[in-house]
Design a protein. Structure first.
Length: 431
């Protein structure tokens, strides 16, 4: 199986985190998002342990909460001692409503509004990751108005190509995020920040991309950023104390995706950073990383009920589910690959199907050309694996479909973390 939390009984029953998916489907209805809480916690602990081993005091992994943002997730992150990366007032609000400590939140985004800035400032978030000079100016003005000095990291574009899909490449020079080193804008940005009395400059942030398998991306990033830190020290007498390397480690969606040994990779980045810093005559740094996908992706599975099976002889077969692009737009957006499993049987005779959704458009595809039992029929359960990251958080109400509930699975049982959206909910904002 793709991941150790997925298994199949001899009678064909599929289990996720030890639970029968057909039983969960009967209990909670479908479509249904499942989360394996133990897996989320184990992923957090893997990062925490690697950080403890390899980076200095004050270093911290932050969960990139855009991957899956709801109160229960922030409670787990608080409990595991993680930090959190938030990208909107909405994510900050959800984190605070869940009791997550404001000082462990880093506030990101290239398009923060004045309202966002004021909200986060007053909420007391630990760090702003300032994307651009306009934001810097507004943050400085609002901090001074309140007699505050806000700690910040500056978002720098390092000019590194992570070799992932274009929509999530954020390290190259011409992306919309941050200020590039290559053009000299990053240095101007640092100078500007040092001249702002309402800003406490702590260091820099980069994020090169997501679903990254390149072995040495973070090492190259360490080289580039150490050079930059040293250059800023030489030019402005400012030596950064903190460096945030962003997120990005890839996860396995299909058997052919290679496993990433994250603790080993972190060890290599730490070793490289140490030697780079020594060469540049720099002392220690507090290091942050912001994993999203690698914390929650393999902790998720989506469960659907088959509504239609259609054979178009000589052309194609379709399995239509009761969900679709509304609960998982990732195939539509990125041609993302997934492993699809039948919920209750594995027959010798298989056929190929496009697994599609119930929305009124032909592009509503969950996955093309998947192998499923040839006798699959209406009422069967099908599961899409590794849907913990960027599925619930990117869900929509297209066609006025309610979003599925989120159910947390533990060894002892299951509980609703987000309830199913009802028809009433869908009209709640309408006047
Ligand atoms: N930090 C920053 C500043 C980011 O922009 C991101 C992801 C992360 C951390 C977390 O990266 P991760 O560890 O999850 O790779 N919707 C896309 C993914 C967009 C990622 C955006 N930024 C998808 O479904 O593949």
């Amino acid at each position: 199986m793709l991941s150790e939390n997925i298994s199949r009984d001899p009678d064909g029953t599929l289990r996720f985190a030890g639970h029968s998916v057909t039983e969960l489907a009967a209990r909670y209805g479908t479509p249904l998002y499942l989360f394996d809480e133990e897996r989320i916690r184990a992923n957090c602990r893997m990062y925490k342990e690697a950080f403890r081993k390899h980076f200095g005091p004050g270093s911290l992994p932050l969960y990139a909460s855009k991957a899956a943002s709801f109160k229960e997730m922030y409670r787990i992150m608080a409990d595991e001692g993680m930090g959190v990366d938030a990208v909107s007032a909405g994510e900050i609000h959800t984190a605070l409503a869940a009791g997550f400590p404001a000082e462990r939140i880093m506030f990101h985004g290239d398009g923060k509004t004045d309202e966002d800035i004021i909200y986060a400032l007053e909420a007391g978030v630990g760090r702003f990751v300032v994307d651009n000079p306009e934001e810097l100016e507004i943050l400085n003005r609002e901090a001074l108005k309140r007699g505050m000095k806000q700690d910040v990291l500056l978002r720098i574009t390092p000019g590194i190509d992570p070799h992932t899909y274009a929509e999530v490449n954020t390290g190259s020079v011409d992306v919309k995020f941050g200020m590039p080193i290559l053009t000299g804008q990053a240095a101007d940005f640092v100078r500007a920040a040092l001249n702002c009395p309402g800003i406490g400059l702590k260091g820099y942030h980069i994020h090169v991309g997501s679903q990254v398998f390149d072995e040495d991306v973070f090492e190259r990033a360490a080289d580039v950023m150490t050079d930059f830190i040293a250059e800023m020290r030489d030019r402005f007498g400012y030596a950064a104390e903190e460096m945030n390397f962003g997120g990005g480690y890839g996860v396995r969606y299909v058997d052919s995706d290679p496993p990433v040994d994250i603790p080993a990779r972190i060890g290599e980045v730490a070793a490289r950073l140490k030697s780079d810093m020594k060469k540049a005559g720099l002392s220690s740094l507090r290091v942050f990383m912001e994993p999203g996908r690698s914390i929650v992706a393999d902790a998720g599975m989506t469960v659907y009920t088959v509504s239609t099976v259609k054979h178009i002889p000589g052309f194609k077969n379709y399995v239509t589910t009761d969900g679709g692009m509304t609960d998982n737009p990732r195939f539509c957006l990125y041609r993302a690959r997934y492993t699809v499993l039948h919920g209750s049987r594995e027959t010798a005779e298989k056929d190929r199907f496009d697994l599609v959704g119930r929305c009124c458009e032909s592009g509503d595809i969950l996955q093309k050309n998947v192998s499923l039992p040839a006798d699959i029929r209406r009422g069967d359960i099908v599961c899409v694996c590794t849907t913990g990251a960027y599925n619930y958080s990117m869900a929509s109400n297209y066609n006025r479909l309610g979003r599925p509930p989120v159910v947390m699975l533990t060894k002892d049982g299951s509980r609703i973390a987000v309830r199913r959206e009802t028809a009433e909910d869908l009209c709640a904002l309408d006047v």
